[in-house]
Design a binder for this molecule. Structure first.
Ligand SMILES: [Ca+2]
Length: 398
């Protein structure tokens, strides 16, 4: 018996030590990353401090397997990205940083509401810049990710070079799982190319300097082809039964869209030569948008149409325009961040969930939602929508 216990303990030790094949593979891969970084010019001591003792980050591997933009219904995505809190907070932050935003708008020709909207969506105006040590996150993706390992290797070297040239301090280099960091979530190679020292202190610090972050974001959009003074999006109304052209790259003049029977969402006419494409993220029964060349500049920030639509609409809201006029074609729209937190509280109170109450809907919350849906004789989807939210609210009231 004693021998068995010793052997079991030994097995646990081995599994947890560098002697296990997976750990040995990771260590040798990280060793290779370190040598490659040094070879491409990173100081030996920086590479060592960044990578010695690196361990695979489980959270990074888990999150790298799901890309929310591509799976979520668009109304869920809008529900929490363009909620009333983000509009209210954004307007307050725009007042607070008015001088910086206007200076960035002047220098780069990019509308300040769009700069602020990116800041708001990426990190909630600097409130949530990520808490994963970047060199370890990037090493995990480079050594154990499923895709694009050489891309992550390059990002790791780029990150360390930013430390080397004095832009950033290694011990402050925290970001999100996919290597984006700072107020507006640049990845290291983009940072290297496009970050600017907008506050003039000699360093490009997008983690600690709001002017550097906002100036750099404006510079990014300018380099992505932003055209000064032009629009990015207008919400439109389609004629009944519209079956014509769509697609953001299918651009024709607004006057042509007018001939096809489209109007602005408020019913006013469209006119002029400005070129726009029609995007219908939820089909012809949902909100429609004409999007301009500047929309493509926003799109390039995250390569997803839903993302660019959310940024564009938030920018409009920050500029004082109303919410979408056309409702989403669903009877079960998404939740705001405040409602997501409230939903988790209700799930806790009614015994479905005992995880963190932070508004982030991960697999544990989803499974709790599914359990609650079953209890209310709803189809189990795990989706945080208004229906299950209301069902839980009325159960509480009983
Ligand atoms: Ca600076």
């Amino acid at each position: 018996m004693r021998k068995l216990i010793v052997m079991a303990a030994l097995a646990v030790l081995l599994a947890g030590s560098a002697a296990s094949p997976a750990a040995a593979h990771f260590d040798s891969c990280v060793g290779g990353l370190k040598q490659a970084a040094i070879k491409s010019g990173v100081t030996r001591s920086v590479a060592a401090k960044a990578l010695d003792n690196a361990r695979p980050e489980e959270k990074v591997l888990r999150l790298s397997k799901s890309q929310p933009e591509f799976k979520m219904p668009i109304w869920d995505y809008f529900g929490f990205l363009v909620d009333e809190d983000r509009v209210k907070d954004g307007r307050a932050m725009m007042r607070k940083h008015d001088k910086t935003l206007r200076a960035a708008e002047r220098r780069y020709g990019v509308d300040r509401h769009v700069i602020a909207a990116i800041w708001g969506v990426e990190t909630d105006y600097g409130g949530d810049t990520g808490d994963i040590f970047l060199p370890h996150a990037l090493a995990t993706l480079a050594c154990q990710g499923e895709r694009r390992k050489s891309f992550w290797r390059g990002e790791l070297t780029a990150a360390l070079k930013l430390v080397d040239r004095g832009d950033l301090k290694l011990d402050k280099l925290y970001g999100s799982w996919a290597g984006a960091f700072g107020h507006t979530q640049f990845i290291p190679s983009t940072y290297q190319r496009l970050a600017v020292d907008f506050d003039g202190d000699g360093r490009r610090d997008l983690l600690n300097s709001i002017p550097d972050a906002l100036g750099s974001t404006a510079n990014y959009l300018a380099k992505a082809g932003w055209r000064k003074g032009e629009s990015w999006l207008i919400e439109v109304k389609l004629p009944a039964g519209y079956k014509g052209a769509t697609g953001r790259k299918n651009r024709v003049a607004l006057s042509v869209w007018a001939k096809r029977g489209l109007t602005r969402a408020d019913g006013k006419g469209l006119s002029g030569k400005a070129q726009a494409g029609l995007v219908l993220p939820a089909g012809a029964r949902g909100p429609g948008f004409l999007v301009f060349r500047n929309f493509d500049a926003i799109y390039s920030y995250n390569q997803a149409e839903s993302y660019a639509l959310a940024i564009s609409h938030l920018a409009d809201r920050l500029a004082g325009y109303p919410p979408l006029r056309t409702p989403w074609p669903t009877d079960d729209t998404g939740l705001s961040r405040a409602e997501r937190i409230d939903l988790q509280k209700l799930l806790v109170a009614q015994g479905y969930y005992d995880g963190e109450v932070n508004g982030k809907i991960g697999p544990i919350t989803r499974s709790a939602i599914s359990d609650a849906e079953k209890r209310f004789a709803m189809k189990p989807t795990g989706r945080p929508g208004q229906k299950i939210y209301r069902a839980l609210q009325s159960a509480k009231a009983d």
